[in-house]
Write a new protein. Structure first.
Length: 352
């Protein structure tokens, strides 16, 4: 195990790439001399994949960090906050310690079709982040846009966590269990095609469950291109788009969110680190539930301000939460909005 690490040439590219300033080169040097590839800092890895993509020796660094976590988890040595996240997923089906009834609140007042009771073309899987009021608002706007686009969709009465963070913290057993249970549900409602808001759901559904899955930006862009969505309002704002790691680097979806922004005619500007070089928001790999010392999202706010953006557009609920919190901490004037919210504004006008 970890034999790939012996090919490391100690170039330091991974260290220079790391959004949370992990010294992977030092961890590898320690491994080479001691045979142990682990230190507690590896819990801070956001699994952003940048070091792995940039390593000149092709060492699967991110994958090896997750494997190292698995060994630690097997021995029961899990940090308290990650243990709480795993317990919450087992108890409530989401990482945020929120009841299933509270999770369903986003549905209030909407004329939803339920997958358990109806035929449908797409199963829309809204994801665990909907327990947060800010994300709930994005999800409800997604509903309006899917409706106006004429998409035939249904939702589950009760969703369970997709397991992306569970896998990233190395809890393989729980991940396998969640995947099996979710696949049973998807099979029972005959879900052939799934729409998701979260790149984390997208990633595991596509690459581990083996499902046909679409990020909501792909579905909405197609509706725009087929003129099933039309705009009433111009969005006269300078917008920069922040690529989420699990949509971009992991799954190579870079253009669809940008094309939506271009379609609604914002002034789209790029930060220096974009697409495959995008800076992580800091939430992946279980860090969404942790109070970490180093927040890359604070730096991302500076990068967005440096290109004079009025808005940072995101396509991931985790990025939205991390960047919005960071903008508040820094007390800078910049809006953090999901691409869905900007599109909603172009189609329906302001809702708040
Ligand atoms: S980028 Fe790859 S080769 Fe360079 S120090 Fe990191 S692991 Fe070693
Ligand atoms: S995956 Fe990202 S956060 Fe983790 S060590 Fe590599 S660069 Fe750092």
């Amino acid at each position: 195990m970890f034999s790939e690490l012996f090919t490391c040439i100690q170039c330091g590219t991974c260290v220079a790439s790391c959004c949370v300033r992990l010294n992977i080169r030092r961890s590898i040097a320690k491994f080479v001399s001691s045979g142990i590839f682990w230190d507690e800092n590896l819990w801070n890895c956001t699994t952003c994949h940048l070091c792995q993509d940039r390593c000149p020796r092709g060492i699967p660094i991110t994958d090896l960090i997750v494997q190292a976590r698995s060994k630690v988890v097997e021995n029961g040595r899990v940090p308290r906050d990650i243990r709480a996240m795993l317990e919450s997923i087992q108890k409530y089906g989401n990482p945020f310690n929120v009841s299933r009834a509270k999770r369903r609140e986003w549905m209030n007042g909407l004329k939803l079709k339920f997958a358990e009771e109806s035929d449908f073309e797409y199963l829309w899987f809204v994801g665990c982040s909907v327990v947060d009021d800010r994300i709930k608002s994005v999800v409800r706007k997604t509903y309006e846009l899917l409706k106006i686009a004429g998409i035939d969709f249904a939702v589950l009465k009760d969703e369970n966590c997709c397991g992306c963070d569970v896998k990233a913290v190395g809890e393989e057993g729980l991940f396998e269990y969640l995947m099996e249970k979710n696949m049973e549900v998807f099979g029972s409602v005959k879900a052939d095609k799934i729409i998701v808001n979260s790149p984390h759901c997208y990633h595991v559904f596509k690459n581990y469950y083996g499902l046909e899955v679409y990020h909501v930006t792909q579905i909405l862009l197609e509706a725009i291109e087929n003129e099933r969505i039309r705009f009433k309002n111009l969005i006269e704002k300078t917008v920069t788009y922040h690529d989420p790691c699990y949509l971009g680097r992991y799954n190579k979806i870079y253009e669809e969110p940008r094309k939506i922004l271009e379609a609604i005619q914002v002034n789209l500007v790029e930060m220096q680190r974009n697409r495959e070089r995008s800076l992580c928001c800091g939430a992946g790999g279980g860090n969404i539930v942790r109070d970490v010392e180093f927040r890359p999202a604070l730096r991302r706010i500076d990068e967005a301000k440096s290109v004079n953006a009025d808005v940072i557009a995101v396509a991931c609920p985790y990025c939205l939460r991390m960047l919005e919190d960071s903008a508040k901490i820094k007390n800078v004037e910049i809006e953090v909005l999901d691409v869905v919210e900007l599109l909603y504004e172009a189609v329906f006008g302001h809702s708040d």
